[in-house]
Design a protein around this ligand. Sequence first.
Ligand SMILES: Nc1ncnc2c1ncn2[C@@H]1O[C@H](COP(=O)(O)OP(=O)(O)OP(=O)(O)O)[C@@H](O)[C@H]1O
Length: 252
Amino acid sequence: MQPAPVPQKPPGALPVIETRGLTKVFRRSTAVDSADLLVRPGRVYGLLGPNGAGKSTTLKMILGLLPPTRGEVRLFGRPWDRQALSRIGASVNGPSFYGHLSARRNLMVHAHLLGLPEEEVERTLAAVELAGTERKKAKTFSTGMKGRLALAIAMLGNPDLLILDEPQNGLDPEGIAALRAMMRRFTDTGRTIVLSSHLLGEVASVADDIGLIAQGRLRYQGSLAELAPDGDLERAYFTLAGHPQEAGTVVS
Ligand SMILES: Nc1ncnc2c1ncn2[C@@H]1O[C@H](COP(=O)(O)OP(=O)(O)OP(=O)(O)O)[C@@H](O)[C@H]1O
């Protein structure tokens, strides 16, 4: 794949996430190797890569859940700081909630901690189609319902950035379609989503930009249109993920 000209950043549009040389070494194994990610505002950024490629580790470092071994994370145009996290909703460690509480009660706990009004809970419950599940405890939810609850918790308070690690996991086709629609509504208002996923068709239908990681290294970063001009994301994926030496276009 030929390197393409480096796109210029539009004036005034500071990157939402920018990492420079981001690296994570676990004992002697390098999980993420010098990743320079660039996530632009108002875009859906799909992070792709095989199992163990380093996607979750990257997302966790961006969220401050794991300290980088080396490198830098910038959020909303500034060096990483905890305050920026109040502008981010995330679901990266699998669904995490109080099993003995209903979806509404779970959201109330989070809303209370964030100082949000009760209406925000109702709005979010409706957005993920969990309204009317008041009698069920979260621990008895199906996998898909747990996924919706995790999404609802991430969406509470209208964050500027959503970071979702494999959000389609366990969702039925209706749930996946609803998630797709929700993501479109979310970015229509200028907000940004980063999602990791193994569902290439889903990523192709929602992502504007792609970051493809294999063996800890960013193989491609840029627009989906440029990566797969013929719409065949699977072919582009295997070309890059299957041949680690082949460098893709890296946007900086
Ligand atoms: N806490 C940890 N301690 C040691 N090694 C880890 C730890 N977390 C992740 N790793 C390793 O880092 C590498 C990257 O893992 P990571 O979970 O980031 O991959 P992934 O791309 O998210 O994979 P998947 O698609 O399977 O979720 C893997 O080799 C994994 O075993």
